[in-house]
Structure formats: structure tokens, C-alpha cells
Design a protein around this ligand. Structure first.
Ligand code: CO
Length: 134
């Protein structure tokens, strides 16, 4: 079911500082910041030869990463995103297997304009998993 790692996401308290650190200290190419109000985050993408890193900062009230940053004030790895060919088939398979899909269970359009779903971290060894249809 799983394809490539699409991205690894890191929650950060200060997106401008994190962008500068990846760009200037690590020498990476970092995209312009993109506000995603529907997801409660502002994001930049660090472009790497084999994958992307997303740096996420909370946006607005009730951001889904606010509680994570309360527990990890310096920031931390937030989720890993795997590619799937058919997100509805993946969702149906996961639900039939007893895994928990977060939210309504219906895919939302993610930061790359493609349908995404999130899976409960307690079902996957303490790691929040995102699936993205590519
Ligand atoms: Co993501």
C-alpha cells in the first residue's frame, strides 16, 4: 500500500527562525511560506534530493500542532507522510483493519493540492502518519 516517503514534518515555534536555520546553517533550498488556514498551519518546504521536509508553525486558534508545541516547546518531529496510489482504497483497508483515521475520515486537500488523511499515532507506534494520494 505504501509508496515513497513524501515528506517528514517538523513542528517549529518560529517558522522564520527555522527557515533561516535550514537555509543558512544547513544550506538547503527552502520555499516561501504558505498559510494553510484549513489545516491551522503555516508551512515551508525544504527541498532535498530524495524527499521534502515540511516545517510547520501554528496558524490561528485551535491549531492542530499547538498542543504538540506545548509539549515540545523547542519543536520536534510531528509526522511522516507516505504516498499511496488510491487514498479511498487505503482508507477502507485501514478502517477494516481497525486503524483509526483522524477527523471525518474523508480526505482533505493537503499542502501540495492532493488528498491527504491522517492516522492515529497510537495505532502506528507513537508516530502520526499522513497518507497522500499521488
Ligand atoms: Co504533512
Amino acid at each position: 500500500m505504501l509508496g515513497r516517503v513524501n515528506h517528514i514534518a517538523i513542528a517549529v515555534p518560529d517558522l522564520a527562525a527555522a527557515t533561516a536555520s535550514y537555509r543558512d546553517t544547513l544550506g538547503a533550498t527552502v520555499s516561501a511560506a504558505q498559510a494553510l488556514p484549513e489545516h491551522g498551519v503555516t508551512v515551508v518546504f525544504v527541498e532535498l534530493p530524495n524527499t521534502k521536509i515540511e516545517l510547520l508553525e501554528p496558524l490561528g486558534e485551535g491549531s492542530p500542532i499547538a498542543a504538540f508545541l506545548d509539549k515540545n516547546p523547542a519543536g520536534g518531529m510531528h509526522h511522516i507522510c507516505y504516498e499511496v496510489a488510491d487514498i479511498q482504497a487505503a482508507r477502507d483497508h485501514l478502517l477494516a483493519s481497525g486503524a483509526r483515521v483522524l477527523g471525518s475520515g474523508e480526505p482533505k486537500i493537503g499542502a501540495h493540492g492532493k488528498p491527504v488523511l491522517f492516522l492515529h499515532p497510537k495505532d502506528f507506534f507513537g508516530t502520526l502518519v499522513e497518507l497522500e494520494q499521488v
